[in-house]
Design a protein around this ligand. Structure first.
Ligand code: SF4
Length: 437
């Protein structure tokens, strides 16, 4: 029932936007900021919020790779915005050096006493290695790395291509190098020291560049390359050898928004986990998070790939004052907050293409969306058929057309709906109707 691949004009397959190469979306340019080691200082949070007010539509996405994205930038303002990003140390020398810095670090890198390695150090070293070697800039845009320091939060569910995981051994801390042989399926291929890990990851990256160049349609992801060439070819090209499976097993750990949200002030390194409503902060919310981190915590915000942030350095005695503050700012603090089940775009308050105030409508629909699934995004509310907020399929999508909603099942905003011309109340009733196909 779906129209295959009606293109969003701003979405080019396999292309990952950045600051030097922003992406055109329905609400203007999307400027992605790749934040080194996922650490945003309190001051930087305030600066980014201010730039979003001056040059964007005051909405800042938290991406699934733990980046921040300033939305709604007018093309004529881009150069001035880039000048400010350069001043803040957020601008790479080239679009290629920027694009290769696709690294998702452990959110508590360097702060988690249960971690096997310091993920901050490894993430920075890997980033410098990738950005500093022009031969690696030919990596496909979406090709990504995880640096999991082996602490209490697992990054196994993050959809990247190479995973570097800290692990304790009798010989001392080591890094397990693994590749995605299928989506979310990892095969361990080497055990190296933390100092060796960036070079070994670069060896793998170079092998990927070489192997895909020899294939007719240049596959973009590790699992596609392995499927096409066989894993032996990857081993030969990168100089790796297969290792035993026992080494690959790590203790069970938690991941996802449920593991992050809420009060962790009684745990070692005391922190709190706060979620971005509908996957994005307003400029005011990000500025407030910066103030909270600066005035009541350790001065930094840690980005996670689960639409949440962690603010470390909060003692339990501060919580009675912080809790009402989080509630007043309309931030997410509980793992069962219904807003975690919905993703939406700027809507009519931030985009001229929208025919509905999708953010207000999402608020109205959040509870019913939450009831449809215990966790994860269930509902995409889109201001028009461009589907900027969620280009992939969602279990349910409401697409605004002419002030009413069309309901799409297991599809994208531009797919053929199963029901059309719904009012907001009718849409809520349809979602609550268990007889939906
Ligand atoms: S209304 Fe929403 S989906 Fe449509 S162009 Fe604007 S931001 Fe994108």
């Amino acid at each position: 029932m779906s129209r295959p691949d009606k293109p969003n004009p701003g979405l080019v397959k396999g292309w990952c936007p950045g600051a030097r190469r922003p992406m055109a979306t329905g609400d203007g340019l999307l400027v992605r900021l790749r934040i080194t080691a996922g650490i945003v200082s309190a001051d930087l949070a305030g600066e980014i919020a201010d730039l979003s007010r001056r040059f964007g539509n005051e909405l800042i996405d938290l991406s699934q790779r733990a980046n921040l994205q300033i939305r709604g930038v007018e093309p004529q303002n881009l150069d001035e915005l880039l000048g400010h990003l350069d001043r803040l140390g957020l601008l790479d020398p080239s679009a290629e050096a920027e694009a290769v810095r696709n690294i998702v670090p452990s959110p508590l890198a360097g702060l988690d006493p249960s971690a096997a390695i310091d993920g901050r150090t490894l993430a920075r070293a890997l980033e410098a290695r990738l950005a500093g070697d022009p031969t690696l800039h030919a990596l496909p845009g979406k090709f990504g790395f995880v640096v999991d320091e082996g602490g209490r939060l697992s990054l196994d569910d993050v959809a990247v291509d190479v995973k570097l995981s800290g692990i304790g051994t009798a010989e001392g801390p080591r890094v397990l190098v693994a590749i995605a042989t299928r989506p979310a399926h990892w095969q361990a291929i080497a055990l190296v020291t933390p100092e060796e890990a960036p070079d070994r990851a670069a060896d793998l990256a170079r092998a990927v560049v070489k192997l895909r160049a020899a294939l007719p349609d240049a596959p973009r992801r590790m699992h596609e390359i392995v499927a096409r060439t066989g894993i032996a070819a990857l081993f030969r090209a990168s100089g790796f050898g297969e290792i035993s499976a026992e080494v690959a097993s790590l203790r069970p750990r938690r991941s996802g928004a449920e593991a992050v949200l809420g009060d962790h002030t009684h745990e070692p390194g005391g922190c709190i986990g706060i979620g971005a409503p509908y996957g994005r902060f307003t400029a005011d919310q990000l500025a407030l998070l910066g103030e909270l981190a600066g005035e009541r915590a350790a001065g930094e915000i840690r980005l996670t790939p689960w639409r949440t942030v962690l603010i470390p350095g909060v003692g339990p005695e501060k919580m009675p004052r912080i809790r009402p503050w989080i509630a007043a700012a309309r931030l997410v603090f509980a793992a069962d907050d219904p807003r975690l089940a919905v993703v939406t775009c700027a809507g009519s308050t931030g985009c001229r293409n929208a025919t509905r105030d999708t953010r207000a409508d999402a608020e109205h629909l959040a509870a019913v969306a939450r009831r449809l699934a215990r966790s994860g995004t269930t509902l995409h509310v889109s201001g028009c058929e461009k589907g900027c907020a969620h280009p992939g399929p969602a279990p349910f999508t409401l697409t605004a057309r002419g002030g009413a909603y069309d309901l799409v099942r297991d599809g994208r905003a531009w797919d053929v709906p199963i029901i059309s011309r719904l009012t907001l109340d009718e849409a809520a009733a349809a979602l609550a109707d268990h007889t939906l196909p």
